[in-house]
Design a protein around this ligand. Sequence first.
Ligand code: 3PG
Ligand code: MG
Length: 400
Amino acid sequence: MARFKTLDQLEPAGQAVLVRVDFNVPMKDGRVTDATRIERALPTIRDLQAKGAKVVLLSHFGRPKGKRVPEMSLAPLVEPLSAALGGEAVAFASDCIGAPAEQAVAGLKPGQVLLLENLRFHDGEEANDAGFADALAKLGAFYVDDAFSASHRAHASVEAVARRLPAFAGRLMQEELEHLARALEHPERPVAAIVGGAKVSTKLDLLGNLVGKVQMLAIGGGMANTFLNALGVEVGRSLCEREMADTAREIVAKAKAAGCDIVLPTDAVVAAEFKEGAASETVSIKAVPADRMILDVGPATAEHLARRLEDCKTLVWNGPLGAFEVPPFDAGTVAVAQAAARLTEAGRLLSVAGGGDTVSALAKAGVEERFSYVSAAGGAFLEWLEGKTLPGVKALEDAA
Ligand code: 3PG
Ligand code: MG
């Protein structure tokens, strides 16, 4: 039995469908700077339009904390959304509940699209408030959740509304959940995970969950230094959470018990300062000078990881291996990402990536399109890697 209902089971002709999207897009001076999240909502919008639904889009933007904050209005999204829809008009309502929303919905014809103002202008949204959810649910006959990237929030538009209307997963949600299941719930083994990023302290639950599920865990980024330090390696002036040494050793022990091979860097690119074009050199991990910091994995480590991936069937990737924003410290991430992309293209590896900086790192490596799947989600992807129940996904499963 399917775990959730999809648009294939929805016949909404002539009726209003509430679609929770994640239009929490990067914006600068009132202009959208990256429309990826808008584009990713198109398959669902198109599908519903083709079925004659009135499409009512709900989203949060930023963290206005229950107040009307003009800079956090969704109004600047109307134009890029309309452009993404090939120039079709998109209606906008100045409030997501009450008279403005109700009148705007009443004015829709089948196939038309309406965007409602920022959900988080009401504190009922984050409070998962029943009255606020009722006011939203009143606006439509069906509910579609297409916001995997917000599914870790037990907020009214994600959780309570899904329990008030017949609830379906949108195409993006469906795509995310299907790929994530193939990567970690019932993957082809061996499974590798690559986890990078600055701090172990923000990824403890994630590492703890992964060592029980994958056969190889490669650790890079600043957090590798914490592990190296815990194992007695001198990391000089590198970013390192020395107070996390016990925790790091516990994770290593847990991995060993679970048969998960933890792979740490054997060489590193070091520099005296973190800035573009800074003089850098490659050293053995056992020879990091006391006055230098590790800013990337070295070429031997990157090559080793690329080789290890050849023996794997599935890869889950979260976080860059080095300080990828500043060249040349992106080289390790780029090399390993390209190796994973080649194996994916050769049909030898299912590669799934996501979370925060990961998407920009992979885009920089030019492999975003060459991985099996790159998630649009940040925090939700991390919580999924931690093995947590995502309230938005749970609500869809309960509805099925
Ligand atoms: C995101 O951008 O990660 C999601 O839209 C969630 O936003 P939030 O962290 O403000 O809940
Ligand atoms: Mg976030």
